[in-house]
Write a protein that binds this ligand. Sequence first.
Ligand SMILES: [Fe+2]
Length: 191
Amino acid sequence: MTNRIVTRRKAVAGLAAGAAALPLLASAGPVSRKCTPNTPARTEGPYYTPSTPRRADLREPDTGGEPTVLQGFVLTPDCRPVAGAAVDLWHCDERGRYDNEGFRYRGHQLADAGGAFRFETIRPGLYPRRAPHFHVKVRGGATRLLTTQLFFPDRPYDNIGDPIYREELLLRLDREDGTWLARFDFVLAPA
Ligand SMILES: [Fe+2]
């Protein structure tokens, strides 16, 4: 189980390695003042379930999926953290199946005072006509609700074939001790 635990130091190192084209962030929070453009919205799709449990660990004891940390910041267009923003994550399992009865691979959390959020989960699998993706809804008190999807940069052929894909929604992806480190910073429009 130890290879599933990613220290903050290693996670920050992964961020630094993959963040070249995105807002400059330090471990303590955002430092850049240029966080525009706003993160593009994408369709919710047919498998959203409201009222998810508040939790950061979505891993299931019987999973065969690859351990993945999804983390980043929720920011305003001028790079201020959206403290307390709700980040609601849902995705399919390693075989491309959604749990539409319960809450497997579904959960939400609130960004901390620096706008940071962090989930532990698995890489979602493939299902027909789609590239692998995470679904998210993100909302802060003074920001518009953002519904979007996040894509994996190591699946370029799947991405190009998916009409929902947008390059701006690519995760920054790294791997450390068998765990995928997937980073994304959301920039939310004012309400
Ligand atoms: Fe989906």
